[in-house]
Design a protein around this ligand. Structure first.
Ligand SMILES: [Zn+2]
Length: 149
């Protein structure tokens, strides 16, 4: 059972957010991994209770990052190199096909972490640790917003 009481945490700087994002750790506390298994993200951080999986549509960010890395970082350059004749065509097509299948799996966890990192890098005051002390609401995330409507 997760303790949903607010734990006092030190303020989080943007450099902390980047560091935690690259290590797939909770951007709020840095004490827990964001994944509970290979492909399952924790709904809430097991240490601080912050919502990590924020609801419908939030998965689109990691999907875009994952797609961008796979297609624009590897598959498209391989295809271009193959069509341009810089590398043999057939091996380029095979490598591009393998990359298109494997890279999304390999970057799945990192893409989620990069998405959380990007979000909180742009909006660091959204982190519970960076909120004013008189703001003790831990569940301010999507669930509560949806509850109000
Ligand atoms: Zn946490």
């Amino acid at each position: 059972m997760i303790d949903h009481t607010l734990k006092p945490l030190p303020k989080v700087r943007r450099s902390d957010i980047v560091d935690r994002g690259l290590r797939c750790q909770c951007p709020n506390c840095g004490q827990a991994k964001i994944f509970r298994s290979t492909l399952k993200i924790n709904h809430r951080c097991p240490y601080c209770g912050m919502t990590l999986e924020r609801g419908d549509g939030y998965y689109l960010g990691p999907l875009c990052i994952n797609y961008g890395i796979a297609v624009f970082g590897v598959v498209a350059p391989l295809l271009l190199a193959g069509f341009a004749g810089w590398i043999p065509f057939r091996p380029a097509m095979i490598a591009a096909g393998i990359a298109a299948l494997l890279l999304p799996l390999l970057f799945y966890r990192l893409s989620w972490s990069l998405w959380l990192m990007s979000y909180y890098f742009c909006l660091p005051d959204e982190l519970h640790a960076n909120r004013p002390e008189d703001c003790d609401e831990l569940l301010f995330e999507e669930e509560q917003r949806n509850f109000e409507h």
